[in-house]
Design a binder for this molecule. Structure first.
Ligand code: 2OX
Length: 480
């Protein structure tokens, strides 16, 4: 039994060191499926390894909804600004004519890309088409595009080029919900509905193929609006579409939101196995512990205010600070996932000051500490109250990201029994080492300067080594 445990523990450790946690697939599939998951465990190819290493992403919601910005006729919409077309106070005809005002004269994609780079983003996701159906590229399959606006020009192409020039990978957001298309349906009640939706699916496939041909450097699609019965009751189509896209663009990354299986199960198939390349259900929420993500690659997307994606002139409620966002990024990295922060530019192509400030503040932190984020993953250590452990994937380097400095200044470092601490230093200033005080077998205190008032999370680099040394009995346990 003991031997078995040891074997299991070392197998687990090996997987952690490889930066790829074990996927807990069910022991056996009980439901036969043709359109379920096609892979067990995470993708291991270089494209996916790159996605996994980038960790911080920038989401951009930009479209016609930026023009009203959550307000119409002097009234304020309480919902998400990009949903204003569905508000009773907003006449749909008025919304559907907004494209005649789309003219972002201050749109400078090079500046967008520069500020994303300065924030430390490794990838970005842009809304090519949100639920309203308006296309930011001149699609030849509909007239409802930028080509019909006063701006006339493609928005997406120059954006892809500008971000790529900064070394930032681009992903295209694409909504399956399309309020503009006459054949789009939420459910199929009549043969006419079915015929219409079949035409709509062909339209979707054409648009996606068009995007891949126009923007061949993109790394993936970010699908949304796939929860309606019309879509989820055709698992075969989502499966075949995914395979079609990945065939014409090898390496393409597609999250779990696209897919349903033939029984209508979404994200996870009816046997509980993840479909797509990573778990895409973490929207405005994050897992709390490693067990929550079952070893799967995952990504969390987060708004700065409570629930606003597109530009909303009047932000209400709690607005996340850069320190809160940094902590979420750190937490996501520590749980082996990516963290994507959303921005909603104004209709003229500029960003509101609150967003610019957060990009800059996160960037200042990333400039010093980004090496703990990029290539970081789950450490395999018990979480401690001061913050989060992050392992540099495939190494013995562990970062302690201290988000909560205790009033004592003493940080408890509790390592697994197989691990020994060899050195501790500040990431910001590697010349300054911290002398660990041993307080137990594989357990230490690191004492921070009690005078120092940290304004942002401080990162400590631990060099560790695997050791088979056993407890020498120096630290006696209490008899109870
Ligand atoms: C929520 C409740 C009911 C119906 C739809 C939603 N919904 C849609 N929530 N979020 C969305 C879209 N996904 C985000 C990534 C944004 O694009 C948002 O508009």
């Amino acid at each position: 039994m003991k031997k078995l445990c040891m074997a299991a523990a070392s197998a687990l450790l090996l997987l952690q060191l490889q930066g790829q946690a074990q996927t807990t697939a069910p022991a056996k599939d009980t439901i036969p499926l043709v359109h379920g998951a096609h892979r067990t465990g995470n993708r291991t190819d270089p494209d996916m390894a790159r996605w996994r290493s980038l960790r911080l992403g920038q989401f951009i919601h930009w479209g016609l909804y930026a023009i009203p910005g959550g307000e119409w006729n002097g009234k304020t919409y309480n919902g998400a600004a990009e949903w204003i077309r569905s508000w009773k106070e907003m006449p749909q005809a008025d919304y559907d004519n907004l494209y005649k005002q789309f003219n972002p004269v201050n749109y400078h994609p090079e500046q967008w890309a520069q500020q994303a780079k300065d924030m430390g983003a490794g990838y970005m996701i842009i809304t090519t088409k949100h639920h309203d159906g308006f296309c930011l590229w001149p699609s030849k399959y509909t007239r409802y595009t930028v080509a019909a606006s006063p701006w006339k020009k493609d928005i997406i192409g120059p954006m892809v080029d500008a971000y790529n020039k900064q070394g930032i990978d681009v992903y295209l957001y694409f909504s399956i919900i399309d309020w503009n298309h006459p054949d789009w349906r939420t459910s199929l009640k009549t043969p006419a509905d079915s015929a219409a939706y079949n035409r709509f699916k062909v339209f979707v496939k054409h648009q996606l193929q068009e995007l891949l041909v126009r923007y061949p450097t993109i790394k993936g699609f970010w699908f949304d609006g796939t929860w309606d019965n019309s879509w989820k009751n055709d698992g075969a189509f989502s499966d075949e579409l995914e395979q079609y896209l990945q065939k014409i663009h090898p390496g393409l990354i597609i999250g779990s939101r696209l897919r349903a299986d033939e029984k209508g199960a979404r994200h996870f198939d009816s046997n509980g196995r993840l479909m797509g390349d990573y778990e895409q259900g973490w929207e405005r929420k994050l897992p709390t512990q490693f067990a929550d993500i079952h070893g799967n690659d995952w990504e969390g997307v987060m708004t700065i205010p409570e629930n606003q994606w597109g530009y909303c002139a009047k932000w209400a409620g709690h607005i996340k600070t850069s320190n809160e966002l940094i902590e979420m990024l750190v937490k996501s990295t520590s749980l082996g996932g990516n963290f994507v922060i959303n921005f909603g530019p104004k209709s003229d192509g500029t960003f509101r000051t609150e967003e610019v400030q957060r990009m800059q503040e996160i960037g200042q932190w990333m400039k010093v500490n980004g090496t703990a984020i990029r290539g970081g993953t789950y450490a395999g250590f018990d979480k401690q109250d001061w913050g989060y452990y992050i392992r540099k994937a495939n190494t013995d380097s562990i970062f302690m990201v201290v988000c909560n400095v205790p009033v004592s200044g003493s940080l408890r470092v509790k390592l697994p029994a197989s691990t020994t601490l060899t050195q501790a230093s500040y990431l910001e200033n590697p010349g300054i080492t911290l002398t660990p005080e041993m307080i137990g077998a594989h357990e230490y205190f690191l004492h921070l300067d009690p005078q120092k008032n940290y304004q942002t999370p401080v990162v400590i680099l631990l060099n560790t080594s695997n050791s088979t040394a056993v407890d020498n009995g120096r630290f006696e346990k209490a008899k109870t």
